[in-house]
Design a protein around this ligand. Structure first.
Ligand code: DQA
Length: 143
């Protein structure tokens, strides 16, 4: 099974950005968690991070016919991006939305998720472990 893990803007700043909200673990540690999960679960996992909405849309389109599942943390684009929502709907690859923080307990402007409308599941507030849970969910339901 091939899984694409997509991360939106500022996720590359993990460990530096607002550690009280996003934790002290770095982006490099997230990449290590993904590599470890791929090995342990016998999955092919590719990770892509971008600060640019169109690049994320391009990557989702390119995933068509190549990946069996998508894990996506659209970061701030969660709350604005109909383009990412439409891309996920276009490729119709099972997608799980991940948020490191518990957005349900945060500001009003974070209460809408456009990409989430095209996702089979949302995991939030579990820190980096949320990515592992999302991958395991896809393996369990779509492998
Ligand atoms: C986030 C939550 C978003 O509201 C925020 O803009 C992010 C990260 C999270 O992982 O908790 O950049 O997606």
């Amino acid at each position: 099974m091939k899984i694409l893990v997509l991360n939106g803007p500022n996720i590359n700043m993990l460990g530096i950005r607002e550690p009280g909200i996003y934790g002290k673990n770095s982006f490099t540690e997230l990449l290590a968690l993904l590599a470890e999960t791929a090995e342990k679960e016998n999955l092919e996992i590719e990770q892509y991070q971008s600060n640019h909405e169109g690049c994320l849309v391009d990557k989702i389109q390119e995933a068509y016919g190549k990946f069996d599942g998508i894990v996506i943390n659209p970061a701030a684009y969660t709350h604005t991006s109909i383009a990412i929502l439409d891309a996920l709907k276009a490729v119709a690859i099972p997608a799980v939305e991940v948020h490191i923080s518990d957005v349900s307990q945060r500001e009003d402007f974070r209460q809408i998720s456009y990409p989430g409308l095209a996702c089979v599941k949302t995991i939030m507030g579990r820190g980096l472990e949320g990515y592992r849970e999302a991958i395991l969910y896809l393996k369990e339901h779509y492998a």
